[in-house]
Design a protein around this ligand. Structure first.
Ligand code: ATP
Length: 223
């Protein structure tokens, strides 16, 4: 389930700590970049992981999903039946909207909660991993810096097929529903080119981290 959250509640943290966005198309390498940033000390808040958390067994969204869509959409282990829900929302825009009306407010609240907790624990900057950042309205306006992970469409398809059970057609459908590559590149402050191996990716992220530390240095409350 892709996440498209509105971050208006993050306004409270603007000017207090650098708010960094990280986006890219499906399979572009967002998680790989986030993982390296976390190793370097960044506080990473991944809205996809939050979406999974609220739809896991005993997740915050499960009661409302069961009430609205029926127990059929809840798997035996108590989590959302993702394959079944994916099939429904791809063919039914009304169902997609209803699912989003349940999940998005919860994702927003959890995102803010995680951000505040990271700030209180002394984070140097906050990185929000948001797959549909450009598609979801006003994220761009609250961010101090936007990182876009880019690769060739064919690389995206190969990586996602290798990692998941999705077919080429399914991956292409998801890609078609996302912002275009040029829209993402136009919005970026920093583009991470993820064409080579993971080692080369880490070198780029190390340079990026230095840049983000400089942004941190411009904040009055920085150490
Ligand atoms: P999604 O949008 O589906 O969550 P993502 O943008 O977070 O994907 P990753 O999960 O980081 O992308 O990468 C997709 C897959 O490709 C993973 O299996 C990852 O290990 C692999 N991958 C990413 N970058 C590289 C690379 N430079 N070289 C080799 N494999 C890579």
């Amino acid at each position: 389930m892709a996440t498209a959250t509105s971050p208006s509640s993050l306004e409270a943290l603007r000017g207090v700590i650098p708010l960094i966005g990280l986006t890219g198309g499906i399979g572009s390498g967002k998680s790989a970049v986030a993982k390296r940033l976390a190793q370097l000390g960044a506080a990473v808040i991944d809205t996809d992981l939050i979406a999974h958390r609220i739809t896991a067994n005993q997740g915050l969204a499960i009661p409302a999903i069961a009430a609205h869509f029926g127990q059929d959409f809840i798997a035996a282990d108590g989590s959302l039946d993702r394959a079944k829900m994916r099939a429904l929302v791809f063919s039914d825009p009304v169902a997609r909207k209803q699912l989003e009306e349940i999940t998005h407010p919860l994702i927003r609240a959890e995102t803010l909660g995680d951000a505040l907790a990271a700030y209180q624990k002394g984070a140097i900057y906050l990185v929000f991993v948001v797959p549909l950042l450009l598609e979801s309205g006003n994220w761009r306006s609250v961010l101090d810096h936007l990182i876009v992970v880019d690769c060739l469409p064919e690389e995206q398809i190969e990586r996602v097929m290798r990692r998941s059970k999705l077919s080429r057609t399914e991956v292409e459908q998801i890609m078609a529903s996302q912002a275009s590559r040029s829209e993402r590149l136009n919005a970026a402050d920093t583009v991470i080119e993820n064409h080579a191996g993971l080692e080369e990716l880490e070198l780029q992220v190390d340079t990026l981290h230095q840049k983000l530390l400089k942004i941190r240095g411009r904040f009055s409350n920085s150490a």
